[in-house]
Design a protein around this ligand. Structure first.
Ligand code: NAP
Length: 243
């Protein structure tokens, strides 16, 4: 048996229409999984990259409870919570709306989507894998992103809590903390010559991460190869946090 194969598995990836979520959806499909691309809008590009067999689901976490019931009886083995947003403003100016919007999508929706997924897997007595997308700001403070930092610290904590509760019932919960990854999300940072140079100077690997770097780790966390991994937050950051 190839313990890195996802043959016969069903996976759902949130925010699969772009960036890291798109790469993860494609990576899981290439490893053999049947993938549902979930998004608040269509995932046509991702489905085209995967080719035949990719499914689609509309999930908009403006309602953090949006995933309630969607896993019941559906036979999913893998959930990737990738959808996320960020708002930037000085802490003294930060608005309640920028707090609530980010916490709702990044933390509350993530928890209740995990809950909905685990309820279905536990009810079936099925082994399953949850992969949460954390951040360097699960470990560091950052600047001008208070709700993002709070949400991503929360993701790391909840990953461990859920792992503690569900590990004995064969549900693995782990997280990936991406470093600086080339997506639309980070375009402005890369366009700023000084910021870009400062970031690159601190990354031991000397380059930005690619979405595929995260996808490869997600394949491992979805596969039988990681069956004894529970509550881990894996940094995929070119060595950033090692500095
Ligand atoms: P991105 O291209 O902006 O992707 C974010 C995804 O989340 C998009 O698919 C987006 O959908 C979706 N999303 C946002 N709000 C949503 C909602 N209300 N309901 C459903 N889906 C929603 O950014 P990315 O860089 O790929 O980020 C993906 C994840 O990685 C996020 O959790 C982010 O915090 C994390 N991350 C990224 C980096 C990095 O360097 N890029 C570093 C650390 C962590 P729309 O396209 O419709 O907006």
């Amino acid at each position: 048996m190839n313990r890195f194969s996802l043959e016969g598995r069903r996976a759902l990836v949130t925010g699969a229409n772009a960036g890291i979520g798109q790469a993860i959806a494609v990576g899981l499909a290439r490893a053999g999984a049947r993938v549902t691309c979930a998004g608040r809008r269509g995932c046509d590009e991702t489905r085209a990259l995967i080719g035949a067999g990719a499914d689609e689901m509309r999930l908009d976490f403006a309602d953090p409870m949006a995933a309630t019931g969607v896993f019941d009886g559906a036979g999913y083995d893998v959930l990737v919570n990738n959808a996320g947003i960020i708002r930037r403003a000085d802490a003294v100016e930060f608005t309640e709306a920028d707090w609530d919007d980010v916490i709702d999508v990044n933390l509350k929706a993530l928890f209740f989507t995990c809950q909905a997924f685990a309820k279905a897997a536990l009810a079936d007595g099925r082994a399953a894998k949850i992969i949460n997308i954390a951040s360097l700001l699960s470990f560091q403070g950052g600047i001008r992103v208070p709700s993002y930092t709070a949400s991503k610290h929360g993701v790391a904590g909840l990953t461990k809590l859920m792992a503690n509760e569900w590990a004995a019932r064969r549900v693995n919960v782990n997280a990936i903390a991406p470093g600086y990854i080339e997506t639309a999300n980070t375009e402005a940072l890369r366009a700023d010559e000084d910021r870009n140079a400062a970031i690159l100077e601190r990354i031991p690997a000397g380059r930005w991460g690619q979405p595929e770097d995260i996808a490869d780790t997600a394949v491992f966390l979805a596969a039988p190869a990681s069956d004894y991994l529970h509550g881990a937050v894996i940094n995929v950051d070119g060595g950033w946090l090692a500095r």
